[in-house]
Design a protein. Structure first.
Length: 192
């Protein structure tokens, strides 16, 4: 019967003893390895432990890697580059600090290996200028003619007189009083 040796270490040695149990205390994680008669290690653990370790390590790793950063200006993009240790996409909302961008935003890819910014695309603003001359199928009247027609519609020789005609509770009125005196008949016809 073989003797089982026990080792408590902080890192697993490069060459392992045969028929041994290695307990590796690695910071907040403890690992166990059992070697066979040839000194080949077999990991010991359970699915819950492995899942917990992998999940926490993946979450902390992924949290450090945003898919894209958003900054306001080219100067802010350049400042961000000093703290980057990975490749990343950066959207600059006002990229006019880049001589190749006339207006709007631009998306840049950062190559961490060479500290190089590459413009991927531009997003120009959609400023629209509408002029009377650019309208298709517009009325044939000029702007001045339309303005004159509108102003004349609201003034004519009978306007002051017609503005005094009204209706109160089905009775026609003139200047706020019933037409025909106090005993005037109501106009009951429709659409008078």
């Amino acid at each position: 019967m073989a003797t089982l040796n026990f080792y408590k270490v902080t890192t697993l040695p490069g060459t392992l003893a045969a028929d041994s149990l290695y307990f590796v205390s690695n910071g907040s994680i403890a690992e166990s390895y059992l070697t066979d008669s040839a000194g080949v290690a077999k990991s010991i653990g359970n699915t819950s432990m492995v899942s917990s370790i992998v999940s926490s390590q993946m979450a902390s790793t992924l949290a450090a890697y945003n898919a894209m950063e958003i900054v306001a200006t080219i100067a802010a993009r350049n400042t961000l580059a000093a703290s980057l240790n990975r490749n990343i996409l950066v959207l600059v909302t006002d990229a006019t600090g880049d001589g190749t961008v006339a207006a709007g935003a631009a998306l840049y890819a950062f190559n961490n290996t060479g500290d190089i910014w590459t413009k991927v695309t531009e997003y120009e603003s959609l400023d629209v200028t509408l002029t009377w001359a650019s309208i298709q199928n517009k009325p044939t009247s000029t702007t001045a003619q339309i303005d004159a027609a509108v102003s004349q519609t609201h003034s004519h020789s009978n306007k002051a007189f017609l503005d005094k005609i009204g209706e109160t509770a089905g009775a026609m009125t003139y200047n706020g009083s019933a037409i025909g005196g106090s005993g005037a008949t109501n106009w009951t016809t429709l659409n008078w």
